[in-house]
Design a protein around this ligand. Structure first.
Ligand SMILES: CC(C)(COP(=O)(O)OP(=O)(O)OC[C@H]1O[C@@H](n2cnc3c(N)ncnc32)[C@H](O)[C@@H]1OP(=O)(O)O)[C@@H](O)C(=O)NCCC(=O)NCCS
Length: 332
């Protein structure tokens, strides 16, 4: 078999209809539009309505990616479902998504690696294809982080939103795909972005329910900010160098959408002009593992992202973990 490469041949996304603006948040917590915009760049975010689930968003985004590539769900070899906000602990949300897609006889697993999870999934899906073990791999990022937000905690709830994005990776013998990557983890900083309840340490038992803070996402914004700026700059630099490219060779930088200040800082260090940086944080907030595939799909739909381009990704988040990659798009 000739050398196989993993190309992106389908993009998909789901943007929830329900919009939560900064003005809405002003009525819920002690905050204001000026503070949120100046600190984060966020003006509004999308929030799931009652009854919607993570597996719904993932399946809708995944279906769109499959339709774009004209690939039937049963022709998939693998679904990598990247999320931090699954429908439930068991069954794995990946199996719920597989079922909702009608993808019979397809392997599926859930990948949880904080916000960088989707970049981890892209690297893993590529490895499956380049090794000859798979031909079609769906890599989805989908989040309903709003379900884990404390809407009385102004330091966190203003930053996050819900959405999904997906890509279909497909084998090709034409050279393209992943040129370089970096996956990183520093669990010693885990306490800075944490939701303690619901696992083996604090199982969901009535006697553990007393402290409400254990059941919401807590973030130490200043510590995460320091970690984010450091790792985004260094990992982006490393992957561009490992790909034997310069920043001038990058057509678009699609960063994790946590905070416009962090994105602008990283892009500035790399001397990437604003027109080469894809952002949606202003209208969607931080959609965790969905943020990069969502932003990429939006940039494809508005005509910016095209075949043959070279993209750079960089992400950071809970773990604390980070990931970056350079990806050359083939024909699609
Ligand atoms: C959260 C973040 C926007 C805060 O910005 P900041 O400039 O660091 O602000 P600070 O934390 O210094 O807080 C400044 C003040 O604003 C207050 N504040 C916090 N949230 C507020 C809000 N929503 N509205 C108004 N005031 C708020 C704080 O209480 C603090 O008040 P104090 O000085 O009286 O204690 C910023 O730290 C950040 O983006 N961190 C990284 C978050 C991130 O990327 N998370 C996702 C990881 S995947």
């Amino acid at each position: 078999m000739s050398q196989q490469y993993a190309n992106i041949v389908g993009f998909g996304k789901y943007e929830p209809e329900n919009v939560l603006t900064n003005a809405d948040l002003e009525k819920m917590v002690d905050t204001n539009d000026e503070w949120i915009v100046s600190r984060s760049g966020i003006r509004e975010r999308r929030i799931a309505t009652d009854g919607e689930q993570c597996s719904d968003y993932a399946a809708w985004a995944g279906k769109q990616a499959l339709e774009m590539a004209n690939v039937a769900p049963e022709d998939l070899d693998l679904i990598i479902m990247c999320t931090n906000s699954p429908d439930m602990l068991t069954p794995p949300v990946s199996s719920l998504v597989q079922d909702k897609l009608g993808a019979t006889n397809v392997g599926a697993y859930t990948l949880t690696a904080g916000c960088p999870g989707w970049v981890y999934g892209l690297v893993q899906g590529t490895a499956m294809i380049e090794s000859g073990m798979a031909k079609n791999v769906l890599v989805i990022g989908a989040e309903l982080v709003s379900r884990f937000m404390d809407y009385t905690d102004r330091s966190t709830c203003v930053l996050f939103g819900d959405a999904a994005g997906a890509v279909l990776l497909q084998a090709t013998d034409k050279k393209c795909g992943l040129l370089s990557y970096e996956l990183g983890s520093d669990g010693s900083g885990g306490e800075h972005l944490i939701l303690p309840g619901g696992g083996t340490q604090l199982p969901p038992r009535p006697e553990n329910m007393g402290n409400r803070d254990d059941w919401y996402l807590y973030m130490n914004g200043r510590e995460v900010f320091k970690f984010a700026t450091r790792t985004m700059v260094s990992s982006l630099d490393n992957v561009v160098r490992d790909a034997e490219l310069t920043f001038e060779d990058i057509d678009y930088f699609v960063p994790h959408q946590a905070n416009l200040r962090i994105i602008e800082y990283a892009a500035g260090k790399a001397k990437l002009p604003p027109e080469k940086v894809v952002t949606n944080v202003q209208g969607f907030g931080n959609t965790s593992a969905a943020s990069i595939p969502l932003a990429m799909c939006q940039a494809y739909e508005d005509g910016r992202i095209k075949p043959g381009q070279t993209l750079a990704f960089a992400s950071f988040g809970a773990g604390l973990a980070w990931a970056a990659a350079v990806f050359e798009l083939g024909e699609f």
